[in-house]
Design a binder for this molecule. Sequence first.
Ligand code: BG6
Length: 483
Amino acid sequence: MVSRVIPVDVFDLVIFGGTGDLARRKILPGLYRRFLAAQMPAESRIIGAARAELTDQEYRDQVRAAIAEFVPADRQDPAAIEGFLARLHYVAIDATGANGWAQLKALMRENVVRAFYFSVAPSLFGDIAQRLSDHGIADAWSRVVVEKPFGRDLASARALNACLARHFNETQIYRIDHYLGKETVQNLMAVRFANILFEPLWKAEYIDHVQITVAETVGVEGRGAYYDKSGAMRDMVQNHLMQLLCLIAMEPPYHFDPDAVRDEKLKVIRALKPVPPEDIVRGQYGPGNGEAGYLAHAENPNSRTESYIALKVQISNWRWQGVPFYLRTGKRLRARASEIAITFKPPPHAIFDDASGWHENVLVIRLQPNEGMNLMVMIKEPGPGGMRLMQVPLDMSFAEALGAEAADVPDAYERLIMDVIRGNQTLFMRGDEVEAAWAWTDPIIEGWEARGDRPQIYDPGSSGPEDALMLMHRDGRRWREIR
Ligand code: BG6
């Protein structure tokens, strides 16, 4: 299979927060990889903007170190690195003051794509947007990229949307949810809408339930100050798991077009039922395995913030009437494993006498690691002895099926930044989508805060709190093993 890299238009990309953690870990290494793949035209430029007083050379040295740290060794090509660094510039800028804006304006070129990446705290979005307009740096063709967290509730998300809308049209705003940039997440749409096989079965009549799991082995460590005000519901469910749920549950859009796709996702979010307290389990990892527990990193030693959450979610529309979607995500769990498992109902009538070996059909879409799909089907157990049934996987590992090409897929950030330059918003969240997601999330959080619920402590390296098992058991179902 031949890799097809289509170069994007020449651009000037300004990264506010250009010396920050996200820029060092993800944005700049990602851009280097696109440069290496010849997708970033050589005349394009990246302008780091931050408070520190640095020369271009000092900034390039910082980025060289970031590439050395965050790009795999086999992708570090000294000539390409120098070529990439030569595209970098730096402006010391005061997001809330006057310093640096005239210099930034002087650096920008006419007739190239202008993109502004707000890799800064959301509290600075308004100040930066205002100054970009006041100084005539952003025009009607410019794009702005904003990171999560996009608000911490509906009111703050609305305020952020309103603040960006004062200076930019919705078609200029790219709200990143990096899960949408993951190869397998996009594959969900290809699997559903480019095959006839699954769609006829994709409904309450044939599907028993859906499980969405995003399990991590990392804890909160150095991010305690942010995380403690957020928790798994705000950090993961309101955005990443919600997007996965939408891609599984949405109706086929009329075209693979940004608004057509986002309209369908929005309908799913609006159809989500409120979640009663008995359908929510929150957990917090305790100390163990020689490591400190969540509270050691939290700002508040009595923190009630959840590092794990499991929810039973229902969608009130025709397609999904009565089909539970079980969502769970947590830190310090047994394994890093993200997957979506769709469990089908049994055949309407059993014709085999010995049904002891019978299991449901399950379609497992593995997002990470070991991306692939697995369809569990029933066959006859080989050999004599009558008709005995057994379950086997029809296994498709993308790495095996696609070979070297699968190993070289761009990471989520690389792809999303190139989409910004191309002006394709399909994989970005629209303002109304984010607000709808918060409108569903807010009452859930307000509910446990009002009740004063405490998360259940779970052992690090486990599958999460005991009560999460009960959430499924009481419905006669089981979570899939995290591995
Ligand atoms: C981020 C969350 O958005 O996603 C983190 O803030 C989480 O808490 C991360 O660890 C998970 O992303 P990935 O790509 O490693 O699954």
